[in-house]
Design a binder for this molecule. Structure first.
Ligand code: NDP
Length: 333
């Protein structure tokens, strides 16, 4: 069965008529989503503590209220706070202000999927998870192309949750590019798997390639330029998106095509091991094991991440990258 893509034509902005919308949090996603909704003609206010984010929102022309007060005053809320602080802020400042018939939208399924937040029964609970970083959510709205999202109804309390969800996705500029309907659990799992299964495996391959070439005597600058600093790899990924993984091969020389096709068999026996390890990572995520661990570790994770950051700076790769990027003026606009 082909997955159905939800488009502008599937949405009716009228489903949000008479609603007052609050964007809770004015960070990466909050700022972009609030401005997109306002430009689509919806009445939007911002909920935030009185600090620099609140000043930024006021500077952008929004009415800003403390989170609890903003929640009480609106009928539809977009929770755009960092996932790790969301459960506590939800419990203390948001949940008490929710009323039967309200709409609650999440940009990540994580907290609901893994039981960190349990929205009340009378509240429509939906997901619009952009496959796009915050600035891109705004830029793609402004240039008219929109951005894709995973969307879903977690709880339909009013019988209108899907219509409200689609109207919101339309106003954000997401149905313009196309939305795929998934559960909160599936969205969170796919997201975490990309970070924990695909990312580290891909990173390992890259690091091994660097080690092999530098140890064989090639200058680090030349190795990094060849592998990724030239931008060719990023460009190729762009082509993979445009024409597909298999068809982008046509853009490479015949020598390149022959060499990579005939040598791919040398790595085929890694498949079994990779599948086993990725399967393990997937299972840990799906079972809620990772979410459990992360909840327990959050208090102590700061110093650990700092330590890793410091160790990272001490790696020869950090110095090679700095030298190469500087001498080739890479990353300077
Ligand atoms: P940000 O880190 O940019 O959020 C910052 C905002 O959260 C600020 O308004 C800040 O206000 C507020 N905030 C932070 N800590 C607290 C706190 N303890 N109490 C109250 N408010 C707080 O978050 P993102 O925009 O990156 O993420 C928001 C949601 O969007 C998440 O669910 C995330 O998974 C999802 N998402 C993010 C993407 C991205 O590209 N970043 C992509 C797709 C989805 P202040 O500190 O002033 O109180």
């Amino acid at each position: 069965m082909t997955t159905r893509i939800l488009r502008d034509a599937d949405a009716d902005l009228g489903a949000l008529e008479g609603e007052r919308i609050v964007v809770l949090g004015y960070g990466n996603q909050g700022r972009s989503q609030a401005r997109n909704l306002r430009d689509s003609g919806l009445p939007v206010i911002v909920g935030n503590a009185a600090d620099t984010y609140a000043e930024l929102a006021r500077g952008d022309g929004f009415e800003v209220l403390p989170i609890a007060e903003a929640t009480r005053s609106a009928s539809a809320g977009l929770l755009l706070l960092p996932d790790e602080v969301m459960p506590e802020v939800y419990a203390t400042e948001i949940a008490p202000g929710l009323q039967r018939g309200d709409l609650l939208d999440f940009a990540s399924g994580y907290n609901v999927a893994f039981g960190r937040i349990v929205p009340p029964e009378g509240v429509d609970t939906v997901l619009i998870a952009p496959r796009m970083i915050g600035p891109g959510v705004r830029d793609r709205y402004v240039d008219g192309s929109g951005f894709p999202s995973f969307v879903g109804v977690h709880r339909d309390a009013t019988g209108r949750a899907r219509a409200r969800l689609l109207a919101l996705a339309h106003a954000l500029g997401s149905t313009r590019a196309g939305c795929i309907e998934v559960s909160m659990h599936d969205e969170a799992t796919l997201d975490l798997f990309t970070e924990q299964g695909f990312g580290p495996a891909f990173g390992r391959v890259l690091m091994t390639a660097i080690d092999v070439l530098v140890e064989a005597g090639y200058p680090p600058e030349a190795v990094l330029l060849e592998l990724y600093l030239s931008g060719e790899l990023a460009y190729t990924f762009g082509k993979i998106r445009e024409v597909g993984m298999l068809r982008q091969m046509d853009f490479h020389s015949r020598t390149s095509q022959y060499g990579s096709v005939t040598r791919s068999g040398k790595f085929a026996d890694l498949d079994g091991e990779l599948r086993k390890r990725m399967g393990g990572v997937l299972e840990e995520i799906r079972s809620g094991g990772f979410a459990e661990e992360w909840s327990e570790q959050q208090a102590t994770a700061g110093p650990l991440l700092e330590k890793i950051r410091a160790a990272r700076e001490g790696l020869p790769l950090a110095e090679w990258e700095r030298r190469t990027r500087e001498s080739l003026s890479i990353g300077k606009s």
